[in-house]
Ligand binder design. Structure first.
Ligand SMILES: [Ca+2]
Ligand SMILES: [Ca+2]
Length: 133
């Protein structure tokens, strides 16, 4: 929790041009640009968290909270209802966003419990949020 708030402040400070960018701030920006971003609320609002890597087990703060998502990475990601990459799942491609995971087509509001970063931009055989491929 603290780390994400600190991150938000660093990004805000950088955006406002407050002081010279330190190496730490540069690292923070690179991290944000290559992470899956999960928001607690729909429409990319509310508390958010960044996932640069696969996470097989969301802790209680992260579990069953995500209501919208942005994939800011060059990789496809799979979002799972259960920890350990189990139960229902949807794949999001690079650059895609889902404004409301609770939409009737997904029924995935407040469900995400693990995320898998794939080694390519393709979703392969995983079901996707949007048609294509
Ligand atoms: Ca939520
Ligand atoms: Ca879940």
């Amino acid at each position: 929790m603290r780390s994400i708030k600190a991150l938000s402040c660093a990004v805000l400070a950088a955006a406002l041009g407050l002081g010279p960018a330190s190496p730490a701030q540069a690292t923070t920006r690179a991290y944000a640009a290559d992470s899956l971003k999960l928001y607690d609320d729909a429409f990319y609002e509310g508390y958010w968290r960044l996932f640069p890597h696969t996470n097989h087990y969301f802790d209680y703060e992260d579990n069953d909270e995500a209501s919208s998502v942005e994939n800011n990475t060059p990789s496809a990601w799979v979002l799972f209802d259960d920890v350990g990459f189990k139960d229902r799942r949807f794949c999001i491609r690079p650059g895609e966003k889902v404004v409301h995971l609770g939409a009737p087509a997904y029924k995935f509001n407040d469900k995400v419990s693990s995320v898998l970063r794939l080694g390519s931009p393709s979703c392969g055989d995983y079901p996707t949020f949007f048609s294509g491929d």
